[in-house]
Design a protein around this ligand. Structure first.
Ligand code: FAD
Length: 371
């Protein structure tokens, strides 16, 4: 990419940056999307459960609650109209003892406040009819939950962004930005070769890189940049055909949703993610964790043998609080938060960021700072 100028620079081509670039281009804005990797979605956006969440878990009125529920409907509709595969399997959050049964009622109430449709508590017979091989006392059934072909989704976003006039530059790393009279002069590192990009607005959607990107913008009050924590989540798969036709989740505990069983769009099972705090990005999966996964999964799938589990992949949740609670909100900062005119910074876009990506893009592009 030679020196260039644009109205809007988006940093990061994960699901969120792609959705932003697409929407901005469709709105007629002049937009350039820069991505450090050689292709889109090579970090968190391709290292997750690919679940279209219904919005059960999130605090009332939080951004996660608002954007997830709307986002799930928008994502199903988007994929259906473009022939991208989704499978609306439905989800069962399973209680294996009496204490957990009470917590299902709380989750149902929380989901209903968030306007998640169709939630239903299933006990005994009804559950056995749906999933005869599942060991559980009761379950909360969420019919809206499903899975998506996330690669196909991102490829579609990339195509629509470009078809509407966005420029996408891969192997182009945002280094720093200096405030000018009309916006910013941004230094982009294209494989060792630097170029200057002049823009009026910047959206920082760089995932784990968003902290460093904000540090590189001279007009941002450095004290406004939150601390960066990383919560790694590993996955195992199995070659054994799962006897289930729904996504199976435990009752959440300990800061994550719990090691769940999801089905991919072809029906194959994967288990995860666990949660481990790490200091550096490292996507390896420790085969010695097989026993831990087996212990947790066999509480609801007793017929699974430990040898059936195969190490698969890992993703890393971007967090700004060290306790890692799943209930913490997306953090979106604009001028009044960090002092830099025309800049919006997205931090801690962990789950349900994939589900929310289309409506998150609408929300961000509607912010005052970008007008
Ligand atoms: C284990 C796990 C499971 C999850 N499961 C689900 C789920 O089932 N459903 C769901 O809805 N969500 C889920 N999520 C959350 C979802 O994956 C994320 O919210 C979403 O992928 C975030 O997308 P993003 O575009 O913000 O970030 P990313 O995908 O990380 O994209 C950021 C991009 O910025 C680029 N970048 C970084 N620094 C620079 C720079 N200086 N210059 C240029 N480019 C840069 C990176 O290379 C990267 O491509 C999960 C997340 C994890 C970790």
């Amino acid at each position: 990419m030679a020196d260039a100028s644009t109205d809007l620079l988006v940093v990061g081509a994960g699901a969120v940056g792609l959705a932003l670039a697409r929407k901005a281009a469709m709105d007629g804005r002049d937009v350039i999307l820069v991505e450090a990797n050689e292709s889109f979605g090579m970090e968190t956006s391709s290292r997750n459960s690919e679940v279209i969440h219904a919005g059960i878990y999130y605090q009332k009125d939080s951004l996660k609650a608002q954007l997830c529920v709307k986002g799930a409907h928008a994502l199903y509709a988007f994929c259906e109209s473009r022939g991208i595969t989704t499978r609306n399997y439905g989800k069962l959050i399973v209680a294996t003892d009496q204490e957990q049964c009470h917590r299902l009622e709380d989750l149902k109430a929380k989901g209903e406040v968030n306007q998640v449709p169709g939630l239903e508590i299933l006990s005994g017979k009804a559950l056995a009819e749906k999933e005869p091989d599942l060991k559980a006392e009761a379950a909360l059934y969420s019919p809206l939950t499903g899975v998506i072909d996330s690669h196909g989704y991102m490829a579609q976003l990339e195509g629509e962004a470009e078809n509407n006039g966005a420029t996408i530059a891969y192997q182009s790393r945002f280094k720093s930005a200096v405030k000018t009279a009309s916006g910013y002069d941004v230094i982009i590192d294209g494989q060792g070769e630097e170029m200057v990009l002049s823009c009026r607005h910047i959206i920082n959607a760089a995932g784990h890189g968003s902290f460093a990107v904000s540090k590189g913008i001279d007009a941002i009050d450095q004290a406004s940049i939150p601390p960066h924590y990383m919560a790694k989540g590993q996955y195992f798969t199995t070659t054994k055909k799962p006897p289930f036709s729904h996504l199976i989740y435990p009752v959440p505990s300990g800061g994550g949703l719990g090691i769940h069983l999801t089905l991919d769009v072809q029906g194959g099972a994967r288990f995860g993610p666990d949660i481990q705090w790490v200091d550096a990005v490292d996507y390896t999966v420790n085969p010695n964790d097989r026993g831990k996964f087996h212990q947790l999964v066999s509480s609801y799938w007793p017929d699974l043998d430990e040898q059936d589990l195969v190490p698969a992949w890992a993703g890393i949740r971007p967090k700004i609080y060290a306790d890692g609670s799943v209930f913490q909100d997306f953090t979106i900062q604009e001028q009044q938060d960090h002092g830099a005119e025309g800049v919006v910074a997205l931090y801690a876009i962990d789950s349900p960021g994939l589900t929310s990506s289309l409506v998150l893009a609408d929300y961000v592009l509607g912010l005052e700072s970008l007008s």
